[in-house]
Ligand binder design. Structure first.
Ligand code: PRX
Length: 570
């Protein structure tokens, strides 16, 4: 097929069409009426995601479908209610209560979902941690909000530096017979629990729900706290953007430690009563396609890097699987290049719908609705009820077509409740007054309202859709005895969007060698996480710096790197 600049919607009936029935939007207050709490005002995300469906007679529907190399486990909504109730009882019995911070550090597995939902039943603020975090990444997060509890397993406990975490009162393990005797074994405790007792702590719409740590270009990761009110937008985007219907089997490939894996891997699909697929293990083209085939995935939410990795595998793996049940595909986290959209149309006979949002925004804001034309290269248009603008540096709204700061008019239901212990950081998102939230992204808008992503206005790195703060990596690099100074940037990469590249100045008496560079790379990888470790390290004599404050000019490093890439491609 010819490559079109605009890809019209494919045939089909979509929720957004029937819900709007010719209107442009529905007021948030009207959407609230979809919830059981709209009269009392007292809410609980876990009730709306699980218990409510059982009360409505859908207890036998499959809620979670887990697959991993030969293993499979299906859990109905009724079983999920019982499990989250009994886990919540175990937590409650051991002192966990509303507004406590509880971290969940588990692999992609139903127990991760159960742990998160059980804690939410108690009104706890849950901090899901990415499964590949190493000691220091775990420590920074738990220590920052003085987390009192963690649910993990004995294998991952090795990466929880207990000696540095004096705030941790109780460790819950998912192992039946852990060697670590100071922890509480959830399976053991469950034997003593009455499985019929329901637990729900009714909370206010603005009470804390979850905390996700996220990087900026300066300082350590910041704790972004969300409130239960986020469910209003998470539900409706699940309905309109993911287009989830009763018969859908839905797979979001992100780990719940990332905001996408939590919001669109747990909350949005369960609020919409979907069957949620959980794939354990790492990326592998065959096992991904097999997951889609075996579980009958109909709606699939992933990221450009994953699609590019599948494209790079060629069509052989694709040809080995029957993906005919797939009907809707979406993408998030990094720019979706037109090539990927054309690949979807040509090989899967489906459009890939880009969506834009951030940890801070709590839910999708700029989207490609299934009913709208897609312009490859654009992130789509604002969700109904959402207004966007492009600002110049002084807070003036720019004319169409010009590149500037992407801003969203607030508030919307899912916007963050706050930045933990950092009011100044929160205020920094609103430099032009409380009305407009600035994303930190640069973008432009065309005459039809389509928004085109143009990059970041800061030095944040986006590798495989994962947000990496250069400061965090630089700080770790200079802890290595050989490294005197470090400047870290995102270097453009055809598969991962960007890769982490470090420029380092060596201390006296150290000489560059492949072994030393590998040692430095592993030093970061072993302490932060694999995705934060520089894939490339270049030793330089000195780093470019600002004249007055002596700050490293990452922009200059990046500009030079991009120049070099251009020369290679000439
Ligand atoms: O730069 C934008 C990029 O990811 C940032 C948000 O990262 P994070 O908080 O980790 O959330 C990721 C997923 C919700 C944004 O500021 N980003 C996100 N989606 C897109 C994107 N860049 C281009 N296109 C997108 N669709």
């Amino acid at each position: 097929m010819s490559r079109q600049e605009i890809i019209q919607p494919f045939a089909g009936t979509h929720n957004v069409q029937s819900d709007l029935a010719g209107r442009n939007s529905i007021a948030w207050e009207e959407i609230e009426k979809s919830f059981s709490w709209h009269e009392t005002g007292k809410v609980n995300m876990a009730y709306e995601s699980v218990d409510r469906h059982v009360a409505d007679g859908f207890g036998d529907k499959i809620a979670l479908h887990y697959v991993e190399e030969g293993r499979e486990w299906k859990i109905t909504y009724k079983e999920l209610k019982e499990k989250t109730d009994s886990w919540a009882q175990v937590l409650k019995k051991n002192g966990v209560k509303k507004d406590d911070f509880l971290f969940v550090f588990l692999p992609k597995h139903p127990e991760c979902h159960i742990a998160i939902l059980a804690a939410i039943k108690l009104g706890v603020i849950v901090g899901p941690l990415f499964e590949a975090f190493m000691e220091e990444a775990v420590r920074d997060r738990i220590a920052d909000c003085e987390g009192k509890y963690i649910i993990t397993n004995e294998e991952y406990l090795q990466r929880v530096p207990l000696k540095d975490l004096s705030s941790l009162e109780t460790i819950f393990l998912t192992d039946e017979n852990p060697d670590y005797l100071e922890a509480i074994s959830i399976p053991k405790e469950l034997e003593k629990i009455d499985t019929n007792e329901s637990i729900i702590e009714w909370v206010d719409l603005d009470d804390g729900l979850n905390i996700h740590y996220t990087s900026g270009s300066t300082g350590k990761p910041k704790g972004i706290i969300h409130a239960h009110r986020a469910m209003i937008q998470q539900y409706i985007t699940g309905r309109w953007v993911l287009d989830i219907k009763e018969e859908d089997v839905y797979w979001c490939t992100a780990h719940p430690g990332w905001v996408t894996g939590c919001v669109y891997g747990i909350f949005a699909p369960l609020l919409n009563r979907a069957t949620v697929v959980i794939h354990g293990g790492r990326f592998n083209a065959d096992s991904w396609y097999e997951t889609i085939e075996k579980t009958g995935v109909t709606v699939w939410y992933s990221a450009p890097t994953a699609f590019r990795m599948l494209m790079a595998e060629g069509n052989e793996a694709l040809g080995r699987h029957d993906l005919s049940k797939l009907r809707h595909i979406l993408s998030v986290g990094e720019p979706l290049n037109p090539e990927v959209i054309y690949w979807g149309v040509e090989n899967l006979n489906l459009r890939i719908h880009d969506t834009w949002w951030m940890t801070e925004t709590g839910a999708q804001l700029i989207v490609n609705l299934p009913t709208e034309a897609i312009k490859p290269g654009s992130m789509g248009k604002p969700l109904p009820n959402i207004e966007t603008a492009i600002f110049d540096d002084d807070g003036n709204i720019l004319p169409l077509g010009e590149v500037g700061h992407l801003a969203i008019k607030g508030p919307w239901p899912a916007i963050m409740k706050g930045v933990w212990k950092d009011e100044a950081k929160y205020a920094s998102y609103f430099p032009f007054g409380p009305e407009w939230y600035l994303a930190g992204d640069l973008a432009s808008k065309d005459e039809e309202g389509y928004i085109f992503f143009q990059g970041r206005s800061d030095d944040m790195i986006n590798s495989s859709g994962e947000r990496i703060g250069p400061f965090e990596v630089e700080s770790k690099l200079i802890e290595h005895p050989a490294v005197a100074e470090a400047g870290v940037i995102g270097k453009p990469d055809p598969i991962r969007g960007e890769i982490v590249k470090a420029f380092i100045v060596l201390n006296k008496n150290y000489y560059t060698s492949p072994t030393l560079l590998e040692n430095i790379r592993l030093f970061v990888r072993g302490r932060l996480a694999a995705h934060s470790a520089p894939r490339e390290i270049e030793v330089v004599e000195e780093l470019p710096k600002t004249k007055i404050s002596g700050k490293i000019l990452r922009r200059e490093l990046k500009a030079k790197e991009i120049e070099k890439l251009k020369l290679i491609h000439v």
